[in-house]
Design a protein around this ligand. Sequence first.
Ligand code: F3S
Length: 390
Amino acid sequence: MYLTRDEERIYEGELGWAKKKAMEILVAIGDLNDAARLIPVKSAHISGVSYRTIGDAFVFIQDLDGSVAVDATLNPMGMDRALWRAMGITEEFAERQSRVLAAYSRLGISPECTCVPYLLAGVRPDTGSHLAWAESSAVLYANSVIGARTNMEGAPSALAAALIGKTPLYGLHMDDNRLPGLKVKVDCALTDADYSALGYLIGDLAEDRIPLIELSGSLPDRDELKHLSAAIGATGAVGMYHVKGVTPEAIRGIDESYIEEEVEIERRDLDDVYEYCDPEVIAIGCPHCSHTELRQICRYLKSGGKKVRRDVFVFTARRIRDQLLDVVYEIERYGVRVICDTCYVVSPAFEHYRSLLTNSGKMKRYVPLICGGASVQLCSTEECIRAAFG
Ligand code: F3S
């Protein structure tokens, strides 16, 4: 991969050990993927923040000197920074988690711990901008819904890109690699968690082919696309999708000549994703809830008119919570706990539950695999809240 003179100086270590290591990572990835050169990125989003997943490997971050070259945000960590005691997090975990956060913050990375950086003012990327984001749900949303460009970075490559402010030019940064290879026709109307179910199915079908989705009913809103993105990212290996008439590149008109297969998804395929379990706990907010979703949950609780009888957790970004404190306090009056900075999957606080109800296709895939094997039932947001009163 070609390096400019300045990039070579970083590679040789003239700007310090941390930038040298970061540049070595980017060059190795670039060489592996036949990238011609590095390109500047607008922002980086870094995963590997929860002490539950990163463990003591975080000490290497403590050793890094210098600071990030572009805006950078963090994925959820393992606890709510204010409510960790109430969550049952141990002192030892909290102390280690705080050190992870401090290590990232020292590099100039925003301690915003959320998987929906694209919902935060000042962080949301522009169409066409190049990014280095980890977190599959955010990568799919950025590429597909916003029309920005990022590969599915891992924690080390996102951090390396943040430190250098650049990423190798390959993969989804290039026009030709953003074309669909699979067409998915959906022959029924969809709403709410149907998009989680649809993404859950499409991820499995797509493998590494970018799907072009043709819907037959009304068009999805941003929250539904958020859930579609998360579910495709959870079950598949692609970093983007198109929805005809909805996502920016599909609106402009897309080259369909590389489509090698066409599949149809019917109502009964989606219904098969909605298995039954008797839930011990209800969790909403994977990906983290938007402003609209928090208001919607509040409305559903009000129409129930009484306190919930099961454990119910709602996850959101701290900045979104702080902007909607009146709504959050109202939600909490019904006995629902609103949690920030973390989520059900990356925190150790929820491992003891054996059965879960959610509107998230990503949780449906991940919770049985990495949260102690709990069973998961998918249902609409409204049904989740209705079940909470049961
Ligand atoms: Fe976000 Fe955690 Fe889900 S990081 S996408 S809430 S698994």
